[in-house]
Design a protein around this ligand. Sequence first.
Ligand code: SF4
Ligand code: SF4
Length: 159
Amino acid sequence: MEALVEKVMRMCEEITSLLECDGCGECCRSRVTVLSGERERIEKLAMEKGISLKMDENSVLPAPCPFLREGRCIIYGNRPLVCRIYPFKFLHGLSLFLVAIDECPLASRIYNMLCSIPAEIKIERHGGTAKIPLSLLEKLHDMIAGDVNEKIRIGEIME
Ligand code: SF4
Ligand code: SF4
C-alpha cells in the first residue's frame, strides 16, 4: 500500500510541477500539516533560516507559513511534500482529493482538465473539493507528461 501512495504522490508532484502555478501564495496562508516523517527536516530548515518554528503536536505549521517571505517560499526547493503536491491532498486515509477548486487557480485548471478526460468513474465534487479516482489521475498524468515530451521532441521547450 505504501508503494501505491508513493506512486500517487509522485504523479501528483509531477503534474503540479509541469503545470504553471500562479504563485499567488494563497495556499501558504492557511494551516499546513507536515508529514510526521518530515517534521525533523523542516525544523532543521527553520533553524538554518533563523526561524523560531512553533509546530503543534500534530505537526501543523502556523498560519501564515513562517517560510513565506514577501510572497515567496524561502525553502521552495526543500518544501514539505504536502506543499509539493498541493492542490492535491490525501484526506480520510488513502483517498486523493483536489482541494480549493474555487480559490486556487491551479486547482481550477486541474479540475477542468480532469473533467475533459473521458472516464467511466466520475469525479465526486462537493463544494470546492473533489475526490479524484486514481485511474483518472493516471490519465491526466500521462496526458501532461506526454504533452511535455512531445513539446521537447519538436523543440518548443528550450533547455
Ligand atoms: S498552488 Fe494555487 S493557491 Fe497555491 S500559489 Fe499556486 S495558484 Fe496560488
Ligand atoms: S513551506 Fe513554502 S510552500 Fe509550503 S506553505 Fe510554507 S511557504 Fe508555502
